[in-house]
Design a protein around this ligand. Sequence first.
Ligand code: SAH
Length: 279
Amino acid sequence: MQALDMPEFSPGSVWLVGAGPGDPGLLSLLGLHALQHADVVVYDALVDVRVLKLARTGALLEYAGKRGGRPSPRQRDISLRLVELARDGRRVLRLKGGDPFVFGRGGEEALALAGAGIPFRVVPGITSGIGGLAYAGIPVTHRDTNQSVTFVTGHGVTGDVPDGLDWEGIARGAPTVVFYMALKHLERIAGLLVAAGRAAGTPAAIVIRASTPEQKVLETTLGTAARDAAAAGLEPPALFVVGEVVRLRSGLDWLGAAEGRLLDADPLGVARHGPAESA
Ligand code: SAH
């Protein structure tokens, strides 16, 4: 680490760090450096305990997560707390699951710090919608299936499916759509996508606690996702991914392969049916 000449974590500053989806090995070196130097770690519910264990002995760990997936009335309080700790001269590590700027309110906290004149640094993390899906053997892009991808939150400020989403745009836009925070409203979300023109038979998957020892993956279709999720009793945190890329999982489930499951060398059926239509 020393050879890397890491930036100094100065007292009175805040580092806004993404902890990745779970597996501590996915933390960045800057994230680890921050954990080794922070005086206070203000962490969210989604931060894996194995990551928290990397904090310097003696660092204060402060929980600032939201409970029950409700919109947080405490967001302002969290920002104020960060400002207060920094003004106290601490090295403040604000640790968030995934990437702090992906559906993580990192922007809001950073703006509050900027407004209060507190120096801050942002350390991106591996977002669950990319890295978590990779742990399920699902690439978010694949040349034969999609050249674009859409990330959507299934949860707005009110806790409901966000208003103002352009469902036709989402359905017809990118072939791969990745939903965060979508389990609670899965039935509505899937219904809206189908009503907007996405075929009910489109492959889909639900990935629970990606990259943790409790990871679970349910393969389904857009039309049957809500029923299958309920039948399996799935609980958040969950990603919902819709698109042909899900089929690749049968060939790319490297975690399953490590546990002895067989991989399919031709999951898209290219050898059987020829390549997908290409431009
Ligand atoms: N900043 C985070 C997202 C925060 S929103 C990121 O970049 O990943 C919270 C949502 O993220 C959860 O409801 C879930 O949809 C998703 N999520 C985060 N970690 C996850 C994990 N390990 N497995 C599955 N979903 C996860």
